[in-house]
Write a protein that binds this ligand. Structure first.
Ligand SMILES: Cc1cc2nc3c(=O)[nH]c(=O)nc-3n(C[C@H](O)[C@H](O)[C@H](O)COP(=O)(O)O)c2cc1C
Length: 169
Protein backbone atom coordinates (compact mmCIF):
# COMPACT_ATOMS: atom_id res chain seq x y z
CA UNK A 1 0.00 0.00 0.00
CA UNK A 2 1.31 3.45 -0.94
CA UNK A 3 1.02 5.79 2.07
CA UNK A 4 2.74 8.77 0.41
CA UNK A 5 -0.38 10.91 -0.16
CA UNK A 6 -1.49 13.05 2.82
CA UNK A 7 -5.12 11.86 2.38
CA UNK A 8 -4.13 8.18 2.63
CA UNK A 9 -1.93 8.86 5.66
CA UNK A 10 -4.74 10.69 7.44
CA UNK A 11 -7.21 7.92 6.61
CA UNK A 12 -4.80 5.21 7.82
CA UNK A 13 -4.26 7.14 11.06
CA UNK A 14 -8.04 7.28 11.52
CA UNK A 15 -8.31 3.52 10.97
CA UNK A 16 -5.47 2.84 13.42
CA UNK A 17 -7.00 5.26 15.94
CA UNK A 18 -10.00 2.96 16.40
CA UNK A 19 -7.66 0.82 18.49
CA UNK A 20 -7.70 2.52 21.91
CA UNK A 21 -4.50 2.47 23.95
CA UNK A 22 -3.11 3.64 27.25
CA UNK A 23 -0.65 6.53 27.39
CA UNK A 24 2.92 6.26 28.65
CA UNK A 25 5.94 8.45 29.11
CA UNK A 26 9.03 6.48 28.16
CA UNK A 27 11.98 7.88 30.09
CA UNK A 28 15.75 7.43 30.05
CA UNK A 29 18.99 9.26 30.81
CA UNK A 30 20.79 11.30 28.16
CA UNK A 31 24.49 10.70 27.46
CA UNK A 32 25.23 13.60 29.85
CA UNK A 33 23.07 11.99 32.57
CA UNK A 34 20.02 14.27 32.26
CA UNK A 35 16.55 12.73 32.70
CA UNK A 36 14.63 12.84 29.42
CA UNK A 37 11.58 11.20 27.89
CA UNK A 38 8.62 11.36 25.57
CA UNK A 39 4.95 10.47 25.37
CA UNK A 40 4.29 7.18 23.60
CA UNK A 41 1.19 5.05 23.04
CA UNK A 42 3.01 2.40 20.97
CA UNK A 43 3.75 0.45 24.17
CA UNK A 44 2.67 -3.19 24.24
CA UNK A 45 3.40 -6.31 26.24
CA UNK A 46 5.06 -9.11 24.26
CA UNK A 47 6.14 -11.97 26.54
CA UNK A 48 5.54 -12.96 30.16
CA UNK A 49 8.41 -15.46 30.43
CA UNK A 50 10.78 -13.74 30.14
CA UNK A 51 8.87 -10.48 30.69
CA UNK A 52 9.35 -8.43 27.50
CA UNK A 53 7.63 -5.24 26.36
CA UNK A 54 7.99 -3.08 23.25
CA UNK A 55 7.49 0.47 22.09
CA UNK A 56 8.51 2.39 18.96
CA UNK A 57 10.09 5.77 18.33
CA UNK A 58 10.07 7.89 15.15
CA UNK A 59 13.55 7.58 13.65
CA UNK A 60 13.97 11.38 13.38
CA UNK A 61 13.05 12.01 17.02
CA UNK A 62 15.51 14.15 19.02
CA UNK A 63 15.08 11.59 21.84
CA UNK A 64 16.54 8.70 19.82
CA UNK A 65 20.17 9.38 20.72
CA UNK A 66 19.44 9.20 24.46
CA UNK A 67 17.55 5.88 24.22
CA UNK A 68 20.33 4.38 22.09
CA UNK A 69 23.14 5.61 24.35
CA UNK A 70 21.52 4.50 27.61
CA UNK A 71 20.38 1.03 26.60
CA UNK A 72 17.63 1.16 29.23
CA UNK A 73 14.18 2.74 29.48
CA UNK A 74 11.32 3.17 31.92
CA UNK A 75 7.68 2.84 30.84
CA UNK A 76 5.60 5.20 33.03
CA UNK A 77 1.91 4.33 32.47
CA UNK A 78 -0.04 7.53 33.09
CA UNK A 79 -3.02 7.89 35.40
CA UNK A 80 -6.02 10.05 34.39
CA UNK A 81 -4.85 13.11 36.33
CA UNK A 82 -1.46 13.03 34.57
CA UNK A 83 -2.87 14.27 31.24
CA UNK A 84 -0.87 17.55 31.50
CA UNK A 85 2.31 15.45 31.77
CA UNK A 86 1.38 13.61 28.57
CA UNK A 87 1.03 16.93 26.74
CA UNK A 88 4.32 18.23 28.16
CA UNK A 89 6.29 15.15 27.11
CA UNK A 90 4.69 15.16 23.63
CA UNK A 91 6.36 18.53 22.95
CA UNK A 92 9.96 18.88 21.77
CA UNK A 93 11.59 21.00 24.46
CA UNK A 94 14.65 20.95 26.72
CA UNK A 95 14.38 20.06 30.43
CA UNK A 96 11.05 18.21 30.17
CA UNK A 97 11.58 16.85 33.71
CA UNK A 98 11.91 20.29 35.32
CA UNK A 99 9.18 20.53 37.99
CA UNK A 100 8.02 16.93 37.38
CA UNK A 101 8.05 14.76 40.54
CA UNK A 102 10.32 11.78 39.91
CA UNK A 103 12.73 9.44 41.68
CA UNK A 104 15.90 7.70 40.48
CA UNK A 105 15.17 4.05 39.62
CA UNK A 106 17.50 1.29 38.38
CA UNK A 107 20.75 2.76 36.95
CA UNK A 108 19.46 6.20 38.00
CA UNK A 109 16.75 6.37 35.32
CA UNK A 110 13.86 8.73 36.11
CA UNK A 111 10.71 7.08 37.49
CA UNK A 112 7.73 9.45 37.49
CA UNK A 113 5.78 9.53 40.76
CA UNK A 114 2.16 8.42 41.10
CA UNK A 115 1.88 6.59 37.78
CA UNK A 116 -0.64 3.76 37.39
CA UNK A 117 2.19 1.34 36.54
CA UNK A 118 5.96 1.58 36.04
CA UNK A 119 8.15 -0.93 34.18
CA UNK A 120 11.93 -0.54 34.42
CA UNK A 121 13.52 -2.21 31.40
CA UNK A 122 16.83 -3.09 29.81
CA UNK A 123 16.85 -2.91 25.99
CA UNK A 124 17.32 -6.42 24.59
CA UNK A 125 16.61 -5.72 20.90
CA UNK A 126 16.49 -2.67 18.65
CA UNK A 127 14.97 -3.02 15.19
CA UNK A 128 14.66 -0.48 12.38
CA UNK A 129 11.14 -0.86 11.04
CA UNK A 130 9.99 1.61 8.37
CA UNK A 131 10.16 5.14 9.80
CA UNK A 132 10.35 3.91 13.42
CA UNK A 133 12.85 2.23 15.72
CA UNK A 134 11.33 -0.63 17.67
CA UNK A 135 12.72 -1.14 21.17
CA UNK A 136 12.16 -4.43 22.99
CA UNK A 137 13.03 -4.42 26.66
CA UNK A 138 13.16 -6.96 29.46
CA UNK A 139 11.35 -5.82 32.62
CA UNK A 140 13.79 -5.83 35.55
CA UNK A 141 11.47 -4.19 38.10
CA UNK A 142 7.92 -2.90 38.17
CA UNK A 143 5.23 -1.53 40.47
CA UNK A 144 1.61 -0.54 40.06
CA UNK A 145 -1.37 1.09 41.78
CA UNK A 146 -4.63 -0.61 40.84
CA UNK A 147 -6.63 2.24 42.41
CA UNK A 148 -5.29 4.73 39.82
CA UNK A 149 -7.52 4.91 36.72
CA UNK A 150 -5.42 5.15 33.58
CA UNK A 151 -5.41 7.78 30.88
CA UNK A 152 -6.48 6.45 27.47
CA UNK A 153 -5.98 7.59 23.88
CA UNK A 154 -8.71 6.83 21.37
CA UNK A 155 -9.45 8.20 17.88
CA UNK A 156 -6.69 10.78 18.18
CA UNK A 157 -7.93 12.18 21.50
CA UNK A 158 -7.44 11.63 25.21
CA UNK A 159 -10.18 9.54 26.80
CA UNK A 160 -11.14 7.73 29.97
CA UNK A 161 -12.50 4.23 30.25
CA UNK A 162 -15.49 2.91 32.13
CA UNK A 163 -15.94 -0.70 33.17
CA UNK A 164 -18.44 -2.89 31.28
CA UNK A 165 -18.09 -5.67 33.85
CA UNK A 166 -17.82 -5.61 37.65
CA UNK A 167 -14.26 -5.74 39.05
CA UNK A 168 -13.16 -9.28 39.91
CA UNK A 169 -13.10 -9.89 43.68
C1 LIG B 1 -0.81 10.21 22.86
C2 LIG B 1 0.48 10.32 22.10
C3 LIG B 1 1.19 9.17 21.78
C4 LIG B 1 2.41 9.23 21.09
N1 LIG B 1 3.07 8.08 20.82
C5 LIG B 1 4.27 8.12 20.17
C6 LIG B 1 4.99 6.92 19.93
O1 LIG B 1 4.59 5.82 20.32
N2 LIG B 1 6.19 7.02 19.28
C7 LIG B 1 6.68 8.23 18.84
O2 LIG B 1 7.76 8.27 18.24
N3 LIG B 1 6.01 9.39 19.09
C8 LIG B 1 4.83 9.37 19.75
N4 LIG B 1 4.16 10.53 20.03
C9 LIG B 1 4.75 11.81 19.64
C10 LIG B 1 5.89 12.22 20.60
O3 LIG B 1 5.45 12.23 21.96
C11 LIG B 1 6.39 13.64 20.25
O4 LIG B 1 6.83 13.64 18.91
C12 LIG B 1 7.50 14.12 21.16
O5 LIG B 1 7.77 15.47 20.86
C13 LIG B 1 8.80 13.36 20.99
O6 LIG B 1 9.74 13.89 21.89
P1 LIG B 1 11.10 14.53 21.35
O7 LIG B 1 10.68 15.54 20.30
O8 LIG B 1 11.70 15.16 22.57
O9 LIG B 1 11.89 13.38 20.80
C14 LIG B 1 2.94 10.48 20.72
C15 LIG B 1 2.23 11.66 21.04
C16 LIG B 1 1.03 11.57 21.74
C17 LIG B 1 0.29 12.84 22.10
Amino acid sequence: MNTKSPETRLDLRKALGNFGTGVTIVSTLSASGEPTGMTANSFSSVSLDPPIVLWSLLNTSPSLQAFDACGRFVINVLALDQLPLSKRFATSMPNKFEGVAHQPGLAGLPVIEDCASVFQCKTVQRLEVGDHILFLGEIEAYHHHTDRDTLLYYRGQYAQGSRLEPSPT
